[in-house]
Design a protein around this ligand. Structure first.
Ligand SMILES: [Cu+2]
Length: 402
């Protein structure tokens, strides 16, 4: 975990204007509870990969059900894992919980019984706080929550169900008020299947997570990179770029950082070069590829190096040649005044094609992966290397020579 530098302005006065509250929140922020959410399979990655290769997994690609072993899609056996207890001190007034999704496959919902959360930091950057009872977390996303400790001192269940999209599973922990001996049941916001328990439950609206302080963007970029995702050759092989698969082992002992020509180990379309200092738009788009099933998985795209602003999103295909042209025609789909700043980008087109454009400035010359964070997608080709600032490619210091 990293903490913001002391001169970075904090957004806590937007949660409460009471000086005592603000002080308590600053104290909570300096000593947060880290909550890592993960999933687990009794098959190893190698076994899981082999099962996908032998069976095919979904859609209209050939599939052989006899190659799916029991315990993967049926015949589940409940596990009795460890149960984490997070102790909080009501004397502190507030607690900060930093939720990190380290899941390899599943998307989950995070919620603490009877405790609304002020989400105040996303992917390690402060935002204008937003009140929520539940939040969906995709692979690689980080959300920090400021939680007021003003309820009856007892145990409260932390619930982490799956989003209900593919399998009904859940994980649990306890938030325990220090010094309490009351352990009665707490009231859930979400049930075991990930559904809200009442109509009043507020889910985090991730489409308006404005950075704090807000940041003004240039209205035009120098380059547009088109990444239209799809499947190639089989149900489990995903391409981020649209035609080629990224071979994650191709540069295992020949890193591009050491030698730009090592990019030739990869397909010519899965590396993209940019110039230092320029602004780059990346179109992230799901659609229906020729000869592939129409069903689309959600893809959570993670960008390494610096974060990017989400400048626009919409349904259908992005049929313009630049963001400037698109924003002139459909200004309601774009946000340049208060754009979100993130390094994880959820692209879900269950109802058909959908696009998102992210914008970043090249300030850090070097090779950086942009990839789907669902591990089976990445391992089977869903990545592109952004070769940032090739005009100012760094020299590797001699002590790091291969
Ligand atoms: Cu994916």
């Amino acid at each position: 975990m990293t903490s913001p530098a002391p001169e970075i302005p904090q957004p806590f006065h937007l949660i409460s204007d009471d000086e005592k509250d603000i002080e308590a929140m600053q104290k909570a922020e300096s000593d947060p509870k880290l909550v890592i959410l993960s999933d687990w399979s009794h098959y190893t990655s190698e076994e899981y990969q082999k099962i996908m290769e032998e069976s095919g997994t979904q859609g209209s690609f050939p599939r052989n059900d006899s190659k799916v072993p029991p315990g993967l899609e049926s015949g589940c056996v409940a596990t009795a894992g460890t149960h984490e207890i997070i102790e909080v001190d009501p004397e502190d007034g507030w607690v900060s919980m930093k939720f990190i999704s380290a899941a390899w496959l599943k998307a989950v919902i995070a919620s603490i019984d009877e405790h609304p959360m002020w989400i105040y930091e996303v992917d390690g950057h402060y935002i204008e706080p937003q009140l929520a009872h539940t939040m969906v977390m995709y692979n690689g996303e980080r959300y920090s929550a400021m939680i007021k400790l003003d309820k009856t001192p007892k145990d409260y269940t932390i619930r982490i169900p799956d989003t209900n999209a593919d399998q009904i599973i859940a994980g649990f922990a306890t938030m325990r008020y220090k010094g309490s001996d009351q352990t009665g049941e707490s009231e859930p916001y979400v049930d075991y299947g990930g559904l809200n328990t009442t109509a009043d439950v507020i889910a985090l609206n991730e489409s308006i997570l404005v950075p704090y302080p807000s940041i003004q963007l240039p209205t035009a970029a120098d380059q547009l990179i088109n990444l239209t995702f799809g499947r190639r050759e089989s149900a489990y092989q995903w391409t981020l770029e649209g035609k080629q698969l990224y071979d994650v082992m191709a540069n295992y002992d020949d890193p591009i950082l050491y030698n730009l020509t090592a990019k030739e180990n990869l397909g010519d379309k899965v590396t993209v070069q940019t110039q230092n200092g320029t602004w780059v738009d990346v179109l992230l788009q799901v659609g229906i590829m020729p000869n592939t099933p129409p069903i689309q998985a959600p893809h959570i795209i993670h960008k390494h190096s610096n974060k990017a602003f989400i400048v626009g999103e919409g349904d259908g295909f992005f049929n313009w040649t630049s963001v400037a042209e698109a924003a002139t025609e459909r200004p309601e789909l774009f946000e340049f005044e208060r754009p979100r700043l993130r390094d994880t980008f959820m692209v879900l087109g269950l109802l058909g094609p959908r696009w998102m454009v992210i914008r970043y400035q090249v300030v850090n010359p070097g090779p950086f992966l942009i990839h789907c964070h669902i591990e089976t997608h990445l391992a089977n080709g869903m990545g592109v290397a952004l070769l940032d600032g090739v005009d100012e490619w760094p020299e590797v210091p001699p002590e790091y020579a291969l």
